[in-house]
Design a protein around this ligand. Structure first.
Ligand code: ZN
Length: 682
């Protein structure tokens, strides 16, 4: 039989050049029926409770589903058309329904529980442990009324988080202030023009200012009128709350927040925990909510003197240069822009001339090849657009992994940058052969103009390094068990370690001077310009750290201390009094639009950002230490790179992240390196 549907060909790489919208529905229907049959087979009473037997039936089928659906989703993100989007949306609910049902299947849970872990190798044991844990957190141990209630709680929570984000969105979109001629002095010309056009579009006089970032930010940073800034600041910080004007009262999230918190507490108690904070850390690197709280308070303690100095600098500058003696909350961003300009002004446009895409990529590849003892070569594969590149990574002539690189921005391509897996490293239970990993690396860089190569901003370069960090975590894996290979099974608060780690190289003079060449003259980045960039990098890092700590601490305390009589605003005020260096007005309602924790999956997990930053900075510090002791003075140290690769990248999720970190550093993580990197050390 010849396979005519390209989505059903699993012989090697996806046939991206042949997949058509009409292929999606028949292929996914066939694969869904296959996975359903596999699920029925492995859950039948006669089926053996053995890891390999389940894997070669169920995992082989679900892997096909993931790979085919992954190809469709990928095309939907990078080469969208109305036909493909329709085909994607038609199938999406069926795919979600299957994964949800699989994750809660009691028969499958019983089968996994019956597996004798003594017969598993260490990788399988970790994958098995994760699988059982996920079932338990999905309520698989509950029975009778408790189970019914658990399901009801899940459904209601999904509705509430949807309601929360709709309220936040509608409150943001609902507000507009029409400014008069002359009220926008100081603002960038493009922002003023957009405001004028938006008002004209509604046949209104003046300039339309809104709470959406492209409008709100330039006002807060640049508008000379304190009165206009105050109007927008107040509207922004009371969105979706009881403090908003009466016309927006239908968007008030107060009761939504209380119901979400009450349901999370009930869910935690049904699962046998004291609070939701305890549930959140079960699958994370942090051992307990208390450990997170101690971590955040130490970070605040260390950052406080620097944050106080940041505020003092702003006050002094405002008094001396702006005749502003008593700054209000809506003045700080404005003062900060003026201070930044006075201290560190350099042109982003000038910096860009030195970062041509091919030179940057060659520099990045060189670092990877040296640090991780591999070769990166051009390779061929079916692609979705011309200009998409494909590479293979080899070590000593052996294939390690392959990746697609899709750099240019274009119509039909989702914005931003990301890494995604095409397939994972897996010693396949069906064929006994080793499958090598494949990844997507996607960015959105502007094309070159006038026949010149594309020019990248320093932010673009950092993004590229970040995504390659995720990619290397996936591709360098030496683990044979799919669900703990690469980034699979890695604790959520540790998954950004390899990505943020790579960003550090973008701030090394030694690296940048080899990675830059002026687009016209070929000269490397001047040292003087680099020093200015470096000085500006840590501007207000003390204040920014405390702001992140404030949100993280509020999130964790809210999810550990909430009960029926709790007062959310009182807790927020307590945290502000403890942490913040700039006093928020009494009307400010940050919680009411804190979408990360009420509709974004970060509940009792917002601290993860700072947590992973500590890990990546401390890991990178090992390379700085190596540079100090080596004759070359370079952080691109082969010996340290090998150790990092062996202890962190190659082992992926096959053991706890803390074990991997300790194997690399010889000790537990320390905050010191992050403080130093952000200019907060003596
Ligand atoms: Zn990332």
């Amino acid at each position: 039989m010849t396979i005519s549907n390209p989505l059903l060909d699993f012989s090697d790489l996806p046939l991206f050049d042949r997949i058509r919208p009409n292929d999606v529905s028949p292929a996914m229907d066939a694969l869904l029926s296959e996975v359903n049959m596999a699920l029925e087979a492995v859950t039948s009473p006669a089926f053996p409770a053995e890891w390999n037997a389940i894997a070669s039936t169920l995992d082989v089928a679900t892997e096909k589903l993931s790979r085919a659906w992954g190809a469709v989703s990928h095309l939907n993100s990078v080469a969208d058309t109305p036909e493909l989007r329709a085909a994607y949306n038609a199938v999406l609910p069926k795919v979600i329904e299957f994964w949800t049902r699989l994750g809660a299947d009691e028969r499958l849970y019983a089968k996994y529980k019956a597996i004798d872990a003594a017969h598993l190798n260490t990788e399988q044991r970790q994958a098995h442990k994760n699988a059982v844990r996920n079932f338990v957190l999905s309520g698989a141990e509950l029975t009778g009324a408790a189970k019914e209630r658990f399901t009801k709680i899940q459904e209601r929570q999904a509705e509430l988080s949807q309601k929360f984000s709709e309220n936040a969105l509608d409150a943001t979109d609902g507000f507009a202030h029409y400014a008069k001629e002359g009220e926008l002095s100081g603002m960038p010309a493009d922002a003023v023009q957009t405001a004028r056009e938006e008002a004209a579009f509604e046949e209104k006089e003046g300039y339309k200012l809104t709470l959406k970032m492209p409008s709100y930010l330039p006002v807060m940073q640049f508008a000379d009128s304190s009165a206009v800034r105050e109007i927008l600041y107040r509207a922004y910080s009371t969105r979706a709350s009881d403090q908003a004007p009466a016309e927006f009262s239908q968007f008030d999230n107060s009761s939504v927040i209380r119901e979400i918190l009450a349901l999370r507490l009930e869910e935690a108690q049904l699962l046998g925990y004291r609070n939701y904070g305890e549930v959140s850390v079960v699958a994370k690197m942090a051992k307990s909510p208390e450990e997170v709280v101690i971590f955040l308070r130490e970070l605040a303690h260390r950052a406080r003197p620097y944050a106080e100095k940041d505020v003092a600098d702003l006050h002094a500058f405002a008094a001396q240069h702006m005749a502003l003696q008593d700054p209000q909350p809506w003045d700080y961003a404005y003062i900060a822009e003026k201070l930044k300009e006075a201290r560190y002004s350099f042109s982003e446009q000038e910096v860009k001339q030195y970062f041509t895409a091919p030179k940057v990529l060659a520099g990045l590849f060189k670092i990877i090849e040296t640090l991780f003892e591999v070769n990166i070569r051009n390779d061929t594969a079916p692609v979705w657009k011309s200009g998409v590149e494909f590479f293979r990574i080899e070590r000593a002539g052996q294939l390690v992994g392959q990746f697609y690189l899709d750099q240019p921005a274009r119509t039909g391509k989702r914005g931003g940058a990301w890494m995604d897996d095409v397939r994972a490293r897996w010693l396949r239970p069906d064929t006994g052969k080793l499958q090598t990993p494949v990844a997507h690396l996607v960015c959105n860089f502007a094309d070159g103009v006038g026949g010149k190569p594309a020019l990248l901003s320093h932010d673009d370069v950092t993004t590229l390094f970040h995504e390659f960090g995720h990619g290397l975590h996936h591709l360098m894996s030496q683990i044979n068990e799919r669900d703990v290979a690469g980034i699979s099974g890695v604790e959520w608060d540790a998954v950004e370690l390899p990505s943020q780690f790579m960003e550090n190289f973008c701030w090394e003079w030694d690296v940048l001077k080899h990675m830059t060449a002026h687009v016209d003259t070929g000269e490397p980045l001047p040292r003087e310009l680099f020093d200015k960039m470096l000085a500006g990098k840590n501007f207000q890092s003390g204040m920014q750290t405390l702001r992140q700590v404030e949100l993280s601490l509020f999130d964790m305390l809210l999810h550990t201390s909430y009960n029926a009589t709790a007062d959310v605003m009182a807790l927020l005020n307590e945290v502000r009094n403890e942490i913040a260096v700039i006093k928020a007005p009494a009307y400010s309602r940050t919680a009411h639009t804190f979408s990360h924790i009420f509709s974004g999956g970060y509940a009792a997990g917002y601290y993860s950002y700072k947590w992973a930053e500590v890990l990546s900075a401390d890991a990178y510090a090992a390379f700085e230490e190596a540079a100090h002791t080596a004759a070359s003075d370079s952080t691109v140290s082969v010996a340290t790179g090998r150790k990092y690769r062996n202890t962190i990248l190659e082992v992926g999720g096959s053991r706890p992240a803390m074990e991997s970190f300790k194997a690399f550093r010889g000790r537990e993580p320390s905050i010191d390196a992050l403080m130093r990197h952000q200019g907060m050390a003596q």
